[in-house]
Design a protein around this ligand. Structure first.
Ligand code: ATP
Ligand code: MG
Length: 408
């Protein structure tokens, strides 16, 4: 086994000064949850770093899982050794020998964090570099643009030798920035919005509106599957609130205000969501809206819709293009599920020409004229079904031609 540990580096977390301890604890818990299936793996941390001791497990699958966790900026498989010159040289040789294709150029970058070590970083660059050059006559040093950068991190307890720095998902540890409700439809956008919100440290509970029997059981299964997929990234369970929306939707559809029906529906959704937020302690609502994508996502529409709630509306995708959103959906493994053909409650009632510029006063007047709307909202809240979803194995990766490798 060339690499015996994986070193994990934190991201945004370093900026959070006082909360640091708590964040590090959350991070460690997250790592433990994600690696619960790997028997014998152990953990330890130093300031700003978390180490996973592999105890015989190959590093690739472990790193593959860890790079999807929120709050880590990068990780490296490392070979650890005693902090002595000969031990470090020998570990450096082992790592170089393990490279698949022998490089033509390299450089050594030594960082001496332990000031008790007898040689300076500069001296060590030469001492290790010369040792390697003697063993690989074809190899030469290129300090500007080497094919391989052999990094040597000298700490008191051990020295870590590695050459790969794998980017991770970034953001904050899951749940370190509070809780929000995610409006989850069966579409492409909202699961991506949920992933982005979770990446920024929000714990998320999903809320889905269905119009059974107009919408099918499969449409519900699809949303359940999407929510379940999101739990893979947090490593913990997620609540999904399934709200019966049929009565409200059919009432709104009969209001004779066809072009405003989407505006009215969205406002009703927000009111219900606000009520759910009260009982679940959520401080915001996340949606998959993207500016200008459809009639309900113009600035004017979002203005009128957003006034139905006091809670902050978080719209991670607001400035993104559809293709950018689709690319993320591929990478996080929600795309294949999202494009399954089952009808969404809103598409069923979609008018021919929805308003792109609704008037708040008019909308409020219509709502006031719809006797019983607030009772219907109460009933929907009361009859909401809550299910709890648990992380399972990752869905098969789809092959998106535009997918970049190792994006996370
Ligand atoms: P998506 O791909 O997420 O469905 P969209 O581009 O189709 O988004 P809309 O259908 O206009 O856009 O919905 C805008 C947002 O409203 C969605 O991203 C989602 O957050 C929320 N939403 C829409 N329909 C539902 C629903 N049935 N249940 C819960 N939230 C919904
Ligand atoms: Mg939709």
């Amino acid at each position: 086994m060339i690499f015996d540990q994986i070193v994990l580096r934190y991201g945004d977390l370093t900026m959070k000064g006082r909360n640091r301890n708590q964040f590090e604890k959350k991070m460690l818990q997250q790592v433990k949850n994600a690696l619960s299936g790997y028997e014998g793996v152990t953990y330890w941390k130093t300031y700003g770093r978390l180490y996973v001791k592999l105890n015989g497990h190959p590093w690739e699958p472990v790193a593959g899982r860890l790079k999807e966790l929120f709050g880590l900026v990068s990780l490296s498989p490392v070979r650890s050794t005693e902090s002595g010159l000969e031990e470090i040289r020998s570990a450096a040789m082992t790592v170089m020998n393990a490279l698949g294709k022998p490089p033509k150029t390299f450089k050594v970058s030594v960082k001496r964090a332990w000031k008790g070590f007898p040689h300076s970083s500069h001296e060590m660059n030469h001492l290790v570099g010369a040792h390697i050059l003697r063993a690989f006559p074809e190899l030469s040093v290129d300090v500007r643009n080497p094919e391989v950068e052999l990094k040597v991190d000298i700490q008191e307890e051990a020295t870590y030798v590695f050459c790969e720095v794998i980017p991770a998902a970034g953001g904050f540890p899951f749940g370190s920035n509070g809780k929000a409700l995610l409006l989850l439809s069966g579409g492409i956008d909202s699961p991506v919005a949920g992933w982005m919100a979770m990446r920024k440290g929000l714990e998320v509970e999903a809320v889905h509106f269905h119009s059974y029997p107009y919408t099918s059981e499969q449409a519900k299964d699809k949303v359940v599957e999407l929510a379940r997929r999101l739990t893979y990234f947090s490593g913990v369970s997620m609540k999904l609130h399934l709200v019966p929306f049929t009565e409200i939707q059919t009432t709104l559809a009969q209001s004779g205000q066809e072009h405003l029906i989407i505006t009215l529906m969205r406002r009703a959704m927000l009111r219900i969501t606000e009520r759910i937020a009260e009982s679940s302690g959520a401080g915001g609502i996340v949606t998959g809206e993207s500016l200008g994508q459809v009639a309900s996502q113009t600035l004017a529409s979002m203005n009128v819709i957003g006034r139905a709630t006091q809670l902050p509306l978080i719209k991670p995708l607001i400035m993104m293009d559809k293709q950018e959103i689709i690319n993320i959906a591929y990478r996080i493994g929600t795309y294949e599920t999202s494009i399954l053909p089952y009808e969404d409650c809103c598409t069923l009632f979609l008018p021919k020409s929805p308003s792109t510029n609704p008037n708040l006063r008019v909308v409020e007047r219509i709502e006031a004229g719809l006797g019983g709307l607030s009772d219907m909202i109460e009933t929907a809240v009361r009859d909401t079904e809550v299910i709890k979803l648990y992380p399972n194995a990752p869905a098969a990766k789809s092959d998106n031609p535009s997918q970049e490798d190792a994006w996370f």
